[in-house]
Design a protein around this ligand. Sequence first.
Ligand code: SF4
Ligand code: SF4
Length: 84
Amino acid sequence: MASALLQVAPQAHVEVNAELCKGCDLCVVVCPQQNLRLSDRFNRMGYHPVEFDVHGRKGDCTACGLCYWACPDFAIVSVERRRQ
Ligand code: SF4
Ligand code: SF4
């Protein structure tokens, strides 16, 4: 019960269209919090698409939008700030 009370709801969400992603790594490199990584699976084009994790290596996603503007293929569909 105590651990449930300590859990904090995610504040941000990044929607990725995996079928549009060509795994170029631009969004991965640009993310200051390291919330994006290339997945092990393949999409229909044969690329490893990006996956989003709200908890990055350097902290939680801040919904800064850098990944959205960095993607040349519009595979980052949306960046959303959510209320807790
Ligand atoms: S919105 Fe900002 S912090 Fe969140 S995944 Fe994109 S670049 Fe990283
Ligand atoms: S910048 Fe776009 S195409 Fe490149 S890895 Fe990120 S989501 Fe995929």
